[in-house]
Design a protein around this ligand. Structure first.
Ligand code: AP5
Length: 210
């Protein structure tokens, strides 16, 4: 399967978690704008320096900082791709249409109270970006990643205040994408409630039906 898939959904809906699993099982490549931007911030690159303030306050980073990044990554990839966190506005979706054809958009739907709980108790690996949840998906050993033994940390935008702002930004800028992709006939909505394995099965089913 050489599909180009967009995983859509609010912050905390499980895009990163499910992208990791899907890429491992399907042999797809992950392109996560959030991970790429966080890496740039960590390495203090010119992109990271410009992006940091937007990210810490829960706002979207300007298009000129992310669109070319995705374009370059897509050019370098062969085979199936999962885009996690891009596009997240109508403008980004229209720009994406100019340089690639999206085959399927999976929209993960989760109730807002659950999103806040998921995000404020999330821990992320500093080295490989793998995500955990202190209650729903805890690491096996203390504050250490199961996969690479890297240290786990709490993202600076995972405080309740910033999470609320990110949800507002999602409603205003990203939610209209569901209509955009519905009209193109490539949107599949998946129930994102329930445990990680259940949601994974639903997404895989949606992909295999394509
Ligand atoms: P980004 O990193 O993309 O963050 P996000 O979209 O807010 O999504 P999250 O990573 O917070 O959540 P997720 O859906 O991946 O959930 P996860 O799997 O981790 O973006 C961060 C920032 O970068 C943005 O605010 C913006 O500033 C900037 N940015 C990025 N892309 C951009 C773009 N295209 N344009 C402009 N700016 C951009 O799961 C969350 C937690 O829940 C985890 O703890 C997990 O273990 C747990 N969990 C997952 N699934 C379940 C389940 N089924 N049951 C219980 N717990 C679960």
């Amino acid at each position: 399967m050489d599909l180009k898939i967009v995983l859509l959904g609010p912050p905390g809906s499980g895009k990163g978690t499910q992208t990791e699993r899907l890429c491992a099982e399907l042999g797809f490549t992950k392109i996560s704008t959030g991970d790429l931007l966080r890496e740039a911030v960590r390495n203090n690159t010119p992109l990271g320096v410009k992006a940091k303030g937007y990210m810490d306050s829960g706002k979207l980073v300007p298009n000129e900082l992310v669109v070319d990044l995705v374009k370059e990554k897509l050019k370098a990839v062969k085979g199936g791709v999962i885009l996690d966190g891009f596009p997240r506005s109508l403008e980004q979706a229209q720009l994406l249409d100019k340089f690639t054809k999206v085959d399927l958009v999976v929209d993960i739907v989760v109730n807002e109270d659950n999103l806040v709980k998921r995000l404020t108790m999330r821990r992320t690996c500093k080295d490989c970006s793998c995500v955990y949840h202190l209650e729903y998906n805890p690491p096996k050993v203390g504050d250490e990643c199961d996969k690479c033994h890297g240290p786990l940390y709490q993202r600076s935008d995972d405080t309740e205040r910033t999470v609320r702002e990110r949800l507002n930004v999602y409603k205003e800028s990203t939610l209209p994408l569901t209509k955009y992709y519905q009209e193109k006939g490539i949107l599949k909505q998946v129930d994102g409630e329930g445990d990680i394995a259940e949601v994974y099965k639903r997404i895989l089913k949606a992909i295999k039906a394509k």
